[in-house]
Write a protein that binds this ligand. Structure first.
Ligand code: UDP
Ligand code: MG
Length: 140
């Protein structure tokens, strides 16, 4: 089934000029980019995006990091997009991520791990709506 998912190229990767490499990696796997934008999240916006993690010890540091500089947000489409993007990304901690995954290649540590991907159909729908209105979705 063709699905949509949301990815964020995180501030650590944008700062290190990895946007092109990471988008290439994703496109070469067969994803179509159907929405794309660059923006800097305010702290409160990062907190809203990561609400599900508000009780976690890393919440404050994570949302400070995610609002520390520009991010690139993309709406992606592909067969089995949600699961496939998670595979391409690799485990949250780059040290645990499989060889060849985006986080293993580019991630710096468990927080600055270069990329976000939605983890379920429900999350994908919420996260896509967080960043893209209908006019910004380049789908037929
Ligand atoms: N994170 C962190 N410390 C941790 C776990 C997660 O800083 O111990 C950060 C990391 O940037 C991660 C994000 O919080 O990508 C969201 O965590 P989640 O468990 O949802 O991991 P993901 O779905 O991104 O693999
Ligand atoms: Mg997650």
């Amino acid at each position: 089934m063709v699905e949509q998912t949301l990815t964020i190229i995180k501030p650590d990767a944008v700062q290190r000029h990895l946007v092109g490499k990471i988008l290439s990696h994703i496109e070469e796997d067969g994803f179509t980019i159907v929405g794309l934008k660059m923006l800097t999240l305010q702290k409160a916006q990062a907190e809203a995006f990561y609400q599900v993690h508000r009780e976690r010890p890393f919440f404050s540091s994570l949302t400070t990091f995610m609002s520390s500089g520009p991010v690139v947000v993309a709406l992606l489409e592909r067969e089995n997009a949600i699961e496939r993007l998670r595979e391409l990304m690799g485990a949250t901690d780059p040290k645990q991520a499989a060889e060849g995954t985006i986080r293993r290649r580019y991630g710096l540590d468990v927080e600055k791990n270069s990329i976000h991907g939605s983890d379920s159909p429900e999350t994908a729908a919420t996260e896509i709506a967080f960043f893209f209105n209908h006019l910004e979705r380049c789908t037929p």
